[in-house]
Design a protein around this ligand. Structure first.
Ligand code: HEC
Length: 171
């Protein structure tokens, strides 16, 4: 749509004719009726096109994952970089000592948040990969593990490992 979508002027140009005798008023009235009709058509047409097609067909989608980390995730990043990244890699991208978490294997539906607490407390026996066992990681509190979970889930969601409808981060 082009300029026809512009709102019509408030007053029909012929409005000042209001005081003229009846025989002079007639053509002006027809003209203003035509004008209003055209304006209404334009409004209807613009109203239809201004709405994206299919806007009502699908449920509103939550906004894409924000690129920035929230406060908890940022704290988790620090804990992760101190205690986990030497094996799980920067931004959980993996190293030759441990796996990446940006993998369907670690989808929250397969490895829930509890798996992180258990891994840190008790270690992990090699079972998914061939990196060897993960030893328990001492000196990391439950709160810090929660922060790491927040960070890792953020990375996973940004990478499209899970949809916002599949898992709601607790942070
Ligand atoms: C010394 C290396 C190393 C460090 C440090 C390490 N991990 Fe691991 N981690 C591993 C390895 C290797 C595996 C994969 C075991 C397998 O499934 O074969 C693993 C697996 C895991 C798993 C998957 C558990 C499961 O149930 O399959 C989680 C969760 C995890 N690590 C969390 C962490 C967290 C959180 C930290 C930091 C607090 C951390 N790891 C530090 C080596 C490490």
């Amino acid at each position: 749509m082009t300029s026809s979508c512009l709102p019509p002027p408030r007053k029909a140009p012929c409005a000042p004719n209001a005081g003229t005798p009846p025989e002079g008023r007639h053509p002006a009235t027809v003209a203003s009726l035509l004008f209003i009709f055209a304006a209404l058509l334009a409004l209807v047409a613009c109203g239809e096109t201004s709405e994206p097609h299919g806007a009502h067909d699908s449920a509103p989608q939550p906004a894409a994952a924000p690129a920035e980390l929230n406060e908890t995730a940022r704290q988790g990043e620090t804990v992760f970089n101190t205690h986990c990244a030497q094996c799980h890699g920067p931004e959980a991208s993996g190293t030759n000592l441990g796996p990446t978490f940006i993998d369907r294997i670690y989808h929250p539906g397969h490895h829930g948040d509890a798996a992180f607490h258990i891994a840190v407390l008790r270690g992990v026996r090699q079972h998914h990969w061939t990196f060897g066992n993960m030893l328990p990681v001492p000196g990391v509190s439950e709160t810090q593990v929660d922060q790491v979970i927040c960070y890792v889930r953020h990375l996973q969601r940004t990478a499209g490992i899970f949809k916002p409808t599949e898992y709601q981060p607790t942070c």
